[in-house]
Design a protein around this ligand. Structure first.
Ligand SMILES: [Zn+2]
Length: 307
């Protein structure tokens, strides 16, 4: 079992407010951090969160608008000054690599760790790890803008200790092998993992929409997410503005989440006009029964679907 939760480092659209920073969220999964967008100033909340400076770190940049990417420079500089030693992997649109290269030159950055930047040129799997992957899908905002999904692989089924004991297998490494789905040979007999483990259990799926209009493509991409973080820049009263500026309303976020079978919806990227987001949550709840507004420095747990 791996603990997973999300912390919002910034939830405001375009301009920061007294209580909200610019777009950024971090998934804490086991000992690893996955940051989605780095709005300017997000490093302050990152430091405040005490998440640590040397953890395995991946950064995903959705698009090249200043309120989503400028903060990467400050964050990397600070991590370097604080003595980070481990590499950082960054995934973003091709112009992000150019942006970093130019700024690192102009600002004479002396980073003491390796920064590996991968340019995303098409939809598909961006990261493949042993027990999860991150994939991207085109959003409908400026070109290119990517939405992301973190999908865990299936987990091993529940281990039947009593049955394993009954088969006479000694505790220890053989238990571990059977539990992880490996068949073993003990005392000349073949023991199949399926005899002592239940059916495989689903992993978790977490989606980030970035800035976007709602689209069918995104609805399919976010199908059955356990948690979806979606652009809710405006209340539905401002629908025309959302349409013109290629954003979504809280109502549209909820309609898409409901149609996609999403279990929990977190609204974010609020226009500075909403000091209080209660109105946005209220309108979204008319279409989805599990909705909350993201808040800076607030953790949200992401439990397994079967627990
Ligand atoms: Zn934005």
């Amino acid at each position: 079992m791996v603990e997973m939760r999300i912390l919002f480092l910034g939830t405001s659209a375009a301009v920061p407010t007294a209580t909200r920073g610019l777009s950024s969220a971090v998934i804490i999964r086991g000992g690893e951090l996955l940051i989605f967008d780095t709005g300017e100033g997000m490093q302050q909340n990152f430091i405040r969160s005490g998440l640590g400076i040397n953890k395995k770190l991946k950064i995903f940049i959705t698009h090249m608008h200043a309120d989503h990417c400028l903060g990467a420079l400050g964050l990397l500089q600070t991590l370097s000054l604080l003595g980070r030693e481990t590499p950082v992997e960054i995934f973003g649109p091709p112009r992000f690599a150019e942006f970093m290269k130019t700024n690192v030159n102009i600002l004479s950055f002396g980073l003491i760790f390796e920064v590996r930047i991968s340019s995303i040129r098409s939809e598909g799997v961006v990261v493949k790890e042993r027990d999860y992957s991150v994939s991207c899908c085109e959003a409908h905002h400026i070109f290119p803008t990517y939405a992301f999904c973190l999908s865990e692989h299936e987990r091993a089924g529940i281990f039947d200790i009593d049955e394993t004991k009954r088969l006479g297998i000694p505790e220890g490494s053989l238990y571990k092998k059977l539990q992880s789905g490996e068949d073993i040979t003990y005392d000349g007999k073949r023991i199949l993992s399926t005899w002592v483990t239940g059916p495989k259990r689903p992993g978790r799926k977490v989606g980030f929409s970035s800035d976007t209009r709602p689209t069918d493509r995104l609805r399919k991409f976010f199908q059955n997410c356990d948690l979806l973080v979606f652009d809710s820049t405006y209340s539905h009263e401002q629908w025309q503005k959302a349409k013109d500026r290629l954003h979504s309303t809280a109502t549209e976020a909820a309609i898409l989440a409901q149609a996609a079978g999403v279990k929990k919806l977190l609204l974010t990227h609020f226009s500075a006009r909403y000091a209080d987001t209660a109105q946005l949550v209220k309108e979204a709840k008319a279409f989805h029964n599990n909705v909350e507004a993201a808040q800076d420095m607030r953790f949200v747990e992401i439990p397994y679907p079967d627990i």
